[in-house]
Design a protein around this ligand. Structure first.
Ligand code: ZN
Length: 354
């Protein structure tokens, strides 16, 4: 509901952009540990190098498992590996650490240079990963390994995602909780949240562990609504790039059957698919606590005595994020702010909501 850098600001990071860049640099180093000046065998660079050599040598198992038995395809895959390793693995580094806008350019560039078929095939409208696609997303750019890594947990803690609401929906909480039963002292906490691949793993398997392709979000958004839907920067709000709060407004609308919580674009060309793909209109329209805000306001504001104004304001603004940067910290934080501002005919609350 707000850009994650804004959330970081409310969590006390004075310069969120450079802070995130620093996190990405740490991440690259964590993926590529060295010993005596060389990358160790489990590093990302070594993994790419290893499979590059197998493809280049037309290793029988490699060609069979990852190139569908076709040597020509294996050599195209080798070219892909060569491309990402060129220089000092410059493209590989960019794939891992780039912000969303650059990831978008990288994937478009790779799409122009390499046939889609090496990564996936189409089964109707469904994209089915090829053997090579699976090799990339499950073995080389290994998301599961990242997810269980100490770096992942530390990173989410550093993002201040220990107790917030989902940046996609603002409806469900995401949290990092302590596990008391575990004996694993190295991983005393577990991240009870999903990481959505904004650009899909099936189409872009090499973006599986790109830091800014991973959106911390609630399980409902990821597993019930997003599923395999294709997201793009032109059509959807990327929480590391843009602010939902600046594209949409919540309000209370009259309907034939009563009232509902409504969501409408607040700027021309708002990225409407974010609302429809997460089914936010249906998920919000009957939220009683949000509808009650209007009823409470009407009842209490109208008959309030002047001396009760402070109590009234305190009551109405309880659990409401007064600053935009605090929106992720409260359940339905954005909706509450928008609704209060839209119904505040006495202009008592609006000046306090920044
Ligand atoms: Zn969500």
């Amino acid at each position: 509901m707000i850009k994650i850098t804004k959330h970081l600001r409310s969590a006390g990071r004075a310069n969120p952009d450079s802070y995130l860049k620093n996190q990405a640099d740490l991440y690259w180093d964590a993926l590529n540990p060295t010993k005596n000046g060389s990358y160790i065998s489990t590093s990302l660079i070594s993994a790419v190098q290893k499979y590059r050599d197998l493809a280049d040598n037309l290793d029988e198992d490699y060609v069979c498992d990852y190139a569908g038995g076709d040597q020509f395809i294996a050599l195209v895959q080798r070219d892909f590996f060569d491309e990402v390793l060129a220089g000092s693995a410059d493209l590989l580094r960019k794939i891992i650490v780039s912000p969303p806008e650059n990831l978008d350019l990288i994937k478009n560039d790779i799409k122009n240079r390499f046939p889609d078929e090496i990564f996936f095939t189409l089964n109707g409208a469904k994209k089915v990963q090829s053997g090579f696609g699976i090799l990339l997303s499950e073995t080389i750019f290994n998301y599961r390994k990242f997810r269980s890594s100490a770096f992942c947990l530390r990173y989410l803690q550093n993002l201040s995602f220990n107790e917030v609401y989902c940046p996609y929906c603002g409806d469900k909480s995401v949290e990092l909780v302590g596990i008391t039963s575990t004996r694993d002292e190295e991983h005393p906490e577990k991240a009870l949240l999903d990481l959505d691949h904004f650009f899909s793993k099936s189409e872009f398997p090499y973006l599986s562990i790109s830091l800014f392709n991973l959106i911390p979000c609630c399980h409902t958004c990821n597993s019930t609504y997003k599923l395999t839907k294709e997201f793009g920067l032109d059509t959807h709000i990327h929480p590391f790039a843009e602010c939902f709060d600046e594209h949409f407004l919540f309000s209370i609308e009259r309907t034939l059957h009563g009232r509902k919580v409504a969501i409408s674009p607040s700027i021309p060309n708002a990225k409407d698919l974010s609302v429809s793909d997460f089914d936010l209109r249906t998920r919000y329209e009957t939220k009683r606590k949000l509808l009650k805000i209007e009823t409470d306001y009407k009842q209490r504001a109208k008959y309030r005595k002047p001396k009760d104004t402070k109590n009234f304001i305190d009551y109405m603004l309880k659990d409401v994020p007064l600053k935009q940067s605090e929106i992720l910290s409260e359940c339905h934080g954005k909706a509450k702010r928008d609704i209060l501002r839209s119904i505040d005919v006495y202009n008592l609350l609006r000046p306090r909501i920044k």
